[in-house]
Design a protein around this ligand. Structure first.
Ligand code: TXA
Ligand code: MG
Length: 321
């Protein structure tokens, strides 16, 4: 029987990675397209498959926090406190890299993003590999991240090779938005991308260790998730600040002949984050022309949901601002 891309066996995932293949791994945030972090050829192929510009650094995923000493030559006290409080979980720490981390992974930077994901299948894969994997989200560059194995197959299935690569099916990602990225190479640390761990929780962990947190990063993007346009579905995304305004705008657009859907993630933020990317993908599958989205308040998971919706709404033809 011809090999299938979709796999359910962690040992098969380990074998494919050891042989230099790419495997989409489930995590609690989104699926990542993984290669052995020390395999330069496999890491290069990630960029080709994703159409990701070279130089956009990849996160290295580890089985446990005990591994960070191999991949970083310097963990600040802040990084130690955040890792102890949030790992395994949806947090990426940018720290000084060790000699084990190649330029292909970091885009030539002297820093590396490290994360200990919390998905039992992927933890087992990482522990059996005895190595970290470099993995960006398993979507085409700039598009909506995958939270199910079938999203990965829909995006990258044509570019992955059955028998050489795989997609490990671990069900739907619990959190549904990517990890919070904290740059711990600056003092005080700075959030580069809001994500699954709310900003307030990061600030509280640092405060309890008598440390501060800098304001949100501005200026030239240091993370690709900081680009103005990202996480974009094919549908146009229009933003409103209240459910009533969304209904009014949706009615106007429908009257002008557009196929419209309202997306209101302002109720249960945990449930909204869990389904956000699935909702955006489904809108495309259903041929929706405009998604009218209500922005939640900037609190808790609302930081990450707002960030993703604002970036999904930024169109390449918008004037730069
Ligand atoms: O939840 C997640 O973080 C998911 C899962 C798969 O772990 N991964 C993910 O990877 O979202 P990706 O490549 O789609 O986004 C990672 C972000 C990029 O914006 C990249 O620029 C940033 O992390 N990043 C990685 N290493 C960095 C570094 N050394 N300095 C600054 N930013 C870095
Ligand atoms: Mg991504």
């Amino acid at each position: 029987m011809a090999p299938d891309l979709l796999i359910t066996d962690v040992d098969r995932a380990v074998a494919l990675l050891q042989a230099g293949g790419l495997v989409a791994l489930p995590t609690e945030t989104v699926y990542g397209l993984a290669a052995l972090a020390t395999d330069t050829e496999a890491v290069r192929r990630i960029f080709v498959v994703k159409s990701r510009p070279l130089g956009h650094p990849l996160i290295v995923h580890l089985a446990s926090a005990d591994e960070v000493g191999r991949w970083s030559r310097e963990m600040s006290a802040a990084a130690g406190a955040l890792g102890a409080a949030c790992w395994p979980g949806p947090l990426t720490l940018v720290v000084r890299r060790s000699a084990l981390v190649g330029d292909d992974v970091t885009g030539g930077r002297d820093t590396v993003g490290l994360r200990v994901p919390a998905h039992p299948m992927t933890t087992t894969v990482l522990a059996r590999l005895g190595s970290g994997v470099a993995a960006p989200s398993a979507n085409r560059f700039g598009r909506v991240s995958p939270t199910r194995a079938e999203h990965v197959i829909a995006d990258l299935g044509d570019l992955l090779v059955p028998g050489r690569d795989g997609v490990l099916d671990g069900g739907s990602s619990d959190v549904g938005v990517e990890s919070t990225i904290v740059d711990c190479t600056v003092d005080p640390p700075q959030i580069l991308r809001p994500g699954g761990i709310p900003d307030e929780h990061i600030a509280a962990v640092l405060a309890s260790a008598r440390m501060g947190l800098a304001g949100r990063a501005t200026g030239p993007p240091r993370a690709s998730g900081m680009l103005a346009v990202h996480y974009a579905p094919l549908a146009e995304v229009r933003l409103t600040t209240s459910p009533d305004a969304a209904v009014t705008l949706a009615a106007e657009l429908a009257a002008s002949g557009r196929r419209v859907r309202v997306l209101d993630p302002t109720g249960d933020l945990v449930a909204a984050a869990h389904t956000l990317y699935d909702d955006l993908r489904r809108a495309d599958d259903d041929g929706i022309g405009v998604v009218v989205a209500v922005l939640p308040d900037a609190a808790g998971l609302g930081h990450a949901i707002r960030d993703r919706l604002i970036k999904a709404a930024a169109r390449p033809h918008d004037p730069p601002c």
